[in-house]
Ligand binder design. Structure first.
Ligand code: PEP
Ligand code: MG
Length: 588
């Protein structure tokens, strides 16, 4: 009998294959006391395991296929750095010596204390990086317990037991697992844990393999060797599918394959609608390598460069000089404009050097994060702003301030930017003649006051990931309330429209850089709401471009105004389904 399971689809594509379960994710970790004479032997056992873990990761790094995004190598590098970090070396040794316990128990204790710090972070991306701690600790633990996951993964037969594609079903997968499995013929991934920002999601997208995360109990419900269909777009797994379902999904897969091939031809075409409206398609990037990939995928520039990466996995703050070099490298590698966001960290961030003393806030998402933290720590902000302004001499740079919630906050931050600019000029440093400073609109208050903010901000960029979180009062990474996360909620649509409208009236460009911008389901709606700049994951650029090329923006505007008048989400979905889609156009 067929079984239909639903998780979070994070990487598109359809695979008809057989289940290969990866067990051994849940490790049983013994804890026992050590006699004082044995403590140093235990320390050496840990040191050997830590060294072996590094060797394994170096091997994996060498196996990364050529031509895939630098993001993938960066994940492995992050783990290598963590393995060498004092929190994973000296701190564990101190626990073994101080508590006189076995190495496995010491690693577990250290892992749990690091994870609890990460769990309190308000930034979704950084919070999800607790995965790194867990994966690094698990690698050392498996070596200590002689349950090496790399060996387990290596047992996956090439191409599966038969010639059918392999669908890997696991509790969670490390970046190294994904790379190895991808090389050994895995065609899709289904994991029990993780969200859209998890490693599985990001890496699977990077490798172009369908993936579903957060499918609880997947290993219990799916049998080894069972035939399954995975739809990574919808997040569905259909076990033991009948002939009819197989036929339906085969046809859908063929259609998607044709569409993907056709998309390649759009790379150098301008994003202009059928009625002549020019749209700017930009990329969101995190690492310098991403800029090159973004351009290769047809992005005209960068609409959001998240700078938090520079501050991660280290004990001290990066100096102005180090930041300048990093930003200048990225700016020089981007052909078009680049919008760089100032730090979006919070008060209790694991980024040791930025943490502030005192108890953790009860509501970190509402606490001292992003621009609030930067205004409280002007030296931190000044060093970054000086580095950004110096980097502006190498390209077309804009500075974007995150989490702005009032005009006063914006003006205060903009004044610090201006002071830094004047200081640099007085020092005889090169700075671009014009470096626009804009506001991210991700707090409802900023959207409601967009008309007032537009008098001061040079541009807006709507961060729907946070705007939806704050408007609907739901934690964007809490899967218990994930069902309430609704970009089509009438309140969200009104705030987006209000912001675009305020920008238009004041002659300020308005971009949208939340996940919504790269989701083809919303492209027509956003065009209809008046959006003219989209910034997204580079992999989505061509698909969004195709929809734009096929759209009549004038018609979409009138359809969108009808939709805005509706207060009912079901009705909104119905209206959206009927949005202008010319014959032969891509529809979902
Ligand atoms: C957003 O909030 O939509 C956004 C782009 O910023 P981040 O996801 O980094 O919070
Ligand atoms: Mg945000």
């Amino acid at each position: 009998m067929s079984l239909w399971l639903s998780g979070i689809g994070v990487s598109r594509g359809i695979v008809l294959g057989r289940v290969q379960r990866l067990n051994g994710g849940d490790l049983e970790i013994p804890e026992y006391p050590m006699a004082s004479g044995d403590v140093e032997t235990e320390v050496s056992r840990f040191n050997v395991a830590q060294k072996r873990a590094k060797e394994q990761l170096h091997q994996v790094r060498e196996q990364i296929p050529g031509g895939v995004t630098g993001e993938i190598a960066a994940f492995i590098d992050t783990h290598l750095l963590m393995l060498d970090d004092r929190s994973m070396t000296d701190a564990v040794v101190a626990v073994i010596r101080g508590q006189r316990i076995n190495a496995e128990a010491a690693v577990r204790r250290q892992r749990d204390s690091l994870v609890s710090v990460f769990e309190q972070m308000e930034d979704a991306y950084l919070r999800s990086r607790k995965d790194d701690v867990q994966h690094v600790a698990a690698r050392i633990l498996r070596i200590l317990l002689k349950q090496d996951r790399v060996a387990a993964v290596a047992r996956v037969p090439e191409g599966g037991e038969s010639s059918e594609p392999l669908v890997i079903v696991a509790d969670d997968l490390t970046p190294a697992d994904i790379i190895l499995l991808g090389q050994q013929g895995a065609a899709a991934f289904v994991t029990e844990y993780g969200g859209p920002l998890s490693h599985t999601a990001i890496l699977a997208r990077g490798l172009g393999l369908p993936a579903i995360v957060g499918l609880h109990n997947a290993r219990r419900l799916l049998r080894e060797g069972e035939a399954v269909i995975v739809d990574g777009e919808l997040g569905h797994v259909l076990a033991d599918p009948g002939a009819q379902a197989t036929e339906f999904f085969s046809a859908k897969r063929e259609r998607q394959d044709r569409e993907r091939t056709a998309l390649g031809s759009l790379k150098d075409k301008p994003a202009i609608s059928r009625d002549g409206v020019k749209i700017r398609l930009l990329a969101n990037i995190e690492l310098p390598e991403d800029a090159v990939r973004a351009a290769a995928l047809g992005a005209e520039g960068v609409g959001l460069y998240r700078t938090e990466f520079l501050f991660m996995n280290r004990s001290g703050l990066p100096s102005e000089e180090e930041q300048y070099e990093a930003y200048a490298r990225v700016v020089s590698s981007v052909k078009g404009p680049i919008t760089i966001r100032t730090l979006d960290l919070g008060a209790d961030k694991q980024v040791d050097s930025v943490g502030r003393p005192g108890p953790s806030p009860n509501n970190p998402a509402l606490g001292l994060r992003a621009i609030r933290l930067c205004l409280k720590e002007p030296e931190l902000f000044r060093a970054q702003v000086r580095a950004l302004l110096r980097a502006s001499a190498h390209g077309d740079v804009q500075i974007m301030l995150p989490m702005i919630s009032s005009v006063q906050e914006f003006r205060q931050a903009a004044a610090l930017v201006e002071a830094a600019r004047l200081q640099l000029l007085a020092e005889g440093r090169a700075v671009a003649g014009c470096v626009p400073v804009g506001a991210m609109i991700e707090v409802p208050a900023a959207a409601l006051a967009a008309g007032l903010l537009a008098k001061h901000a040079a541009f807006f960029s709507i961060g729907t990931n946070d705007l939806i979180q704050y408007t609907l009062a739901i934690d964007r990474v809490d899967d218990e309330v994930n069902y309430l996360y609704d970009p089509l909620h009438p309140a969200v649509l009104r705030l987006i429209h209000m912001t675009i409208d305020a920008g238009e009236r004041a002659g300020r460009p308005v971009a949208l850089c939340g996940e919504m911008a790269g989701d083809p389901r919303y492209t027509r709606l956003l065009l209809g709401l008046g959006l003219r700049e989209f910034s997204m994951h580079p992999a989505s650029v061509l698909e969004v471009k195709r929809i734009i090329i096929e759209s009549d923006v004038g018609r979409l505007r009138s359809q969108a105004s009808l939709l805005l008048a509706s207060g009912d989400t079901a009705e909104i979905q119905g209206l959206l389904a009927g949005f202008e889609a010319p014959p032969g156009a891509y529809t979902r």
